[in-house]
Design a protein. Structure first.
Length: 191
């Protein structure tokens, strides 16, 4: 991906705008997950229920450790599965900077997609970015430039149609000594 486009996308996020980006599963739409107003606008753009939480994308494992409380077993599992087609629900670190709509009952859903553009964007931005599917809530994920453009995001990092076109597997790991719970069976094979 052209570095100029990544820089432009970072500038859009910094202004509170929305960016559509490719992941290893489907196209996502993101805003700065620490900006309450940007998150609120994203929920409106997607026609998403305000009571539903949003997952976040980060660019490396260190960012997950800053954002969440990890036990040793959980840390090893995440290192084995990420980056990859998984979203993990984890206990959030107290005083985390993410927006309230990204936190549900003291938990946050985090992913590190295994796609070079998503990783570049997350690493260049340096703060959590929302990681929700690029679509109107409840509808199929969008996978063409024309359909993504109709969503009304401020910027699109187009990388062509994605072959998988299936959302990430969501796994609840909030209880250190309890078995993991699959909340959505998706692109990632579990365990």
């Amino acid at each position: 991906m052209d570095q100029r486009k990544i820089k432009e996308a970072v500038e859009v996020l910094a202004r509170g705008g929305s960016v559509i980006y490719p992941t290893d599963t489907i196209y996502g739409i993101g805003v700065d997950a620490t900006n309450e107003q940007a998150v609120k606008r994203l929920l409106e753009l997607k026609h998403r229920d305000q009571a539903k939480g949003l997952s976040v994308m980060v660019g490396n494992f260190a960012a997950i450790k800053q954002l969440t409380k990890l036990g040793p077993g959980t840390e090893n599992l995440l290192k084995h599965k990420l980056p990859g087609p998984y979203t993990f629900i984890l206990p959030i670190m107290q005083n985390s900077a993410v927006a309230s709509k990204c936190i549900i009952n003291g938990k946050v859903a985090v992913r590190i997609p295994n796609h070079p553009v998503a990783l570049e964007l997350a690493r260049a931005y340096g703060k959590p970015i929302t990681a929700t599917s690029a679509n109107i809530s409840g509808e199929k994920p969008l996978n063409s430039l024309e359909s993504l453009s109709s969503l009304g995001a401020d910027y699109i990092l187009w990388a062509g149609p994605l072959p998988l076109a299936q959302p990430s597997t969501i796994v609840d790991l909030t209880k250190e000594n309890a078995p993991s719970r699959i909340l959505r069976d998706g692109a990632g094979q579990w365990p």
